[in-house]
Design a protein around this ligand. Sequence first.
Ligand code: 8X3
Length: 232
Amino acid sequence: MFAEHSANLILVARRSDKLEKLSVKLADKYKVKCLAAKLDVRERPEVADFIENLPDEFGNIDILINNAGLASGFDPMQEADFADWDKMIDTNINGLLNITRYVVPQMIERGTGHIINIGSIAGRQVYPKGGVYCASKFAVRAINQGLAIDLMDTAIRVSSVDPGLAETEFAMVRFEGDAEKASGVYEGMTPLSGMDVAEAVLFVASRPSHVNIGDMLILPSDQASAYHVHRE
Ligand code: 8X3
């Protein structure tokens, strides 16, 4: 969606095959410059090296979208797997902090920039068996607020877009590929799509420079809160 609006893109993720294909497709279709790179946001030295050594034509990051994140597992806290907790905390909190910490000083130096964090309804309400995932998204909300305060006297804007139920690979990842459990999450209701969330992010990113959408809760019409979902 950003390519469609003529933004050049730096795309980073762990699955470089998918990323490479997407990058070639977008560059060709929308005539924008795309740089795709395999990067795990959890790996601080790699993040530092990547951001500090970007090719000149990609060196000015105007908009940073912190989207990398996951839920892993769905268990009561007293039974949950430490590995699931580590994955969520390292990606959703530390990964977001790693990238942000390296990109923001460059934005300050250039006097322009916008950080858009992808939060969640889970950063506002805690639901059963989601305690640590929710904690990680509460942290995103706190980081979003803290960064906005610390950057208030700069031209850098800080926003978060907080989706509810969105049908992406989210549930498949949470349930480790168990398709039945994953599709149950969206059963009888119409979830958001990735596109719905992308449209919200684009809206946030395209306000005039004196306007900042501090945070935006975006829910399916069938969802009223983390606990209230209308299912047919
Ligand atoms: C994703 C939304 O409700 O599945 O962050 O936690 S929810």
